[in-house]
Design a protein around this ligand. Sequence first.
Ligand SMILES: *Cc1c(COP(=O)(O)O)cnc(C)c1O
Length: 390
Amino acid sequence: MDKEQKYIMQTYSRLPVVFVRGQGSRLWDEDGAEYIDFVSGLGVCSLGHAHPAVVEAARNQMGRLIHASNLYYTQPQIELAEKLINLTFEGKCFFANSGAEANEAAIKLARKHSKNYEIVTAENSFHGRTLATLAATGQREKQKLFEPMPVGFKHVPFNKIDALRSAINENTCAVMLEPIQGEGGVHVATREYLQNARELCDEKGLLLILDEVQTGLGRTGKMFAYQHYGIEPDMITLAKSLGGGLPIGALIARRKVAESFEKGDHGTTFGGSPLVCSAAIAALNVLENDGLVEKAAILGKYLTDGLENLKAKNSVVKEIRGIGLMVGAALNGDFAEEIQLQCLKKGIVVNKVTPNTLRFLPPLTIIQEEIDQLLEVLGEVIEKGFTDAG
Ligand SMILES: *Cc1c(COP(=O)(O)O)cnc(C)c1O
């Protein structure tokens, strides 16, 4: 930890634990203590840690061809794209290396396709840390230090269709939304809001971009969160769990939109490498073959019900939000940091997403007994009470 302070730029507030191994929904620290993981590497390790199918696919591919660049054809990238298109809508993929990069690609494609530039996003949203995705992110305090921000983004209150309508002008080319705001504290878009946003985009000739970097690939109990809403976006972006733990991002756009990207318009050295794409194919196969998406819906309900129960018993818990296994617990005070630390000491990994909100993003392979253990520990920690805010 001393060396981390000396050699790593201090951009992260890390919890005082060194993880050295993971298996399924369990993590172990350097002293051999075991933890149940309700964060899964920020929703990345959806299949649990070290899933054998992902490990085997990555290991095999690593021995064959790790990287060749996009100067050439490689087979896993194309196979992964075909799979993703079969799961979403008639369109095409662009592979990047992270969520922010997938969103950058979406922003560039929206501008190129529409020959216009302004994108309306939601307040409290999170779209990434690169300059353009930071400008898209509706959190002023994150932007201030790095001004001037790239132009062309407008932020409106979430879940308010009139505000969205009022923000549209002759420069607008797209609306970009998270179906569930993750980093903002787990706020779910209403069905009416996303449906109205879709209609509004159709009426005004705008592109609807859904940032499914966190909600995508089974997390919410459907393969993609937009499928809860009975709408189809023009583009979606994916990342977090797509690579089964390896870094990958993807932009999927409707065919007509996708075809606005022409040779040389966009690119990346690492994007869509045989290694990450092989891991992603294996991860998708597990997700489908093991019925993990359906399990996420059932276990998500179990987790939410359990948290509602805690709320009924203790006034520290204010509100439970989320869909499937993307769940937030809002608290009556800034207690998330303390609860996070107390839980960690008791072998339960949870996440403070905002000072007054806990977030749960367990692997979709989590089992009922593990959720019971979370609820028990959380109950104990909360029962003890808090003396001051934070
Ligand atoms: C995590 C996240 C991102 C950024 O992804 P990175 O891989 O960290 O760049 C973008 N959008 C949403 C909704 C996210 O949850």
